[in-house]
Write a protein that binds this ligand. Sequence first.
Ligand code: GLY
Ligand code: MN
Ligand code: MN
Length: 462
Amino acid sequence: MFSAQTYIQRRHALRAQLNGGVILLLGNEDSSMNYQHNIYPFRQDSSFLYYFGLDQVHLAGWIDIDSGEEILFGDELTLDDIIWTGPLPALKAQAEQVGVSQTSPYASLSKKLREAIALRRTIHFLPPYRPINQHKIAAWFEIPYASVPDHVSMPLIHAVIAQRSIKSVEEIEQMEMAVNTTRKMHIAAMQNARVGMIEAELAGLVEGLAISGGGRLAYPVIMTVNGQTLHNHHHHNTLKSGQLVLGDYGAENEMHYAGDITRTFPVDSTFTTRQKEIYELVLQAEEAAIAALRPGIAYQQVHLMVARLLTEGLKGLGLMQGDTDESVAAGAYALFMPHGLGHMIGLDVHDMEDLGEDHVGYSATVERSRQFGLSALRLGRELEAGFVLTVEPGLYFIPELIDRWKAEGRHQAFLNYERIETYKDFSGIRIEDNVLVTEQGYRVLGDPIPKTVAEVEALRQA
Ligand code: GLY
Ligand code: MN
Ligand code: MN
């Protein structure tokens, strides 16, 4: 946890952005897996963590914008809780850790809300993404469950996004810790992969290192010889000579900040010529994108710059043809990169996605495209110093997508389908790093993680 002062300042800054009323921030509850007492690992809500810091179930934070009153709603542990799950500091002591002086039993929250509703005060709350919190809101406000999303506070959403988007120095330190644990995970996978292994053995190895780092995974591990499936969570294939392994995984550190790194490496000790050609192209695009980062540039423009670079490179390999600008404008490159260049990262791997992807990633001046590929870009807006984002270009040969586009004759002026057919067994390559936008430009977070062909091959031979 950060110092109480950090949380006091954050709440103070949030209040200053809103025009009156009450802010209600709900923490998360335990969530059952297959019967009530077998639970998923507890994960606190990220906005609750940001403003109230406490990593426990069944808490809610109250901030009266007008009077400044702050209350932590929660319950003291019962003896039964203590017997089964251990003691905790009293609620009052927990609240003091984050600079809140007033506490109240959780059940009293509904009365407090009713009083505020009776006075016609605005109660600002964020979009719930867990059914239990949506149910609570529906009951407290006496509105239908399905209508809860219609009542969320847009001013609160925008204020929280504006604040959480700019990472403080102490947050960056935490994010570097997460990336450095993630680095160890990637190096271990690259050192230990062998022909004949099952993907699950490598997935288990890296998950263990995330836990050893004091936290856990920030999202489910992608460790696959079928990198053409973008979010492939199956780990049952055997590693065979000639294949590539695409590993996309990251640690969430003890303070719940995420790392999100991708590396792709050969099962053999060296890349084949064909693999190296595609790999170098992705790497060149990734490095050019990182070098372009600075305050003011729209990330959508960086995505399109990458699209041009990839198109030029694929033309050089005989996979694409025609005028590069026309081809990019038409979106032909999306056959090979159907996802966006990256997203914000912080307490969430896709930071604040619960508050609305477009509210986080787009602005009054940069609108989300509807074009296949570019439409999947989660972050398109102008960058600001203090943003942390991922840069993750990739090239994939997705047989089903190739077949569909070929059958439709889609973008045939720009795509050499005859040659593309010969790459259908290629799989995919992605390279991903986490980057801080600074006043001067950028800083890649964490110690360098091997990514040149020479560095990756050296690890594969170690
Ligand atoms: N790991 C998911 C992503 O790269 O966005
Ligand atoms: Mn990733
Ligand atoms: Mn990512």
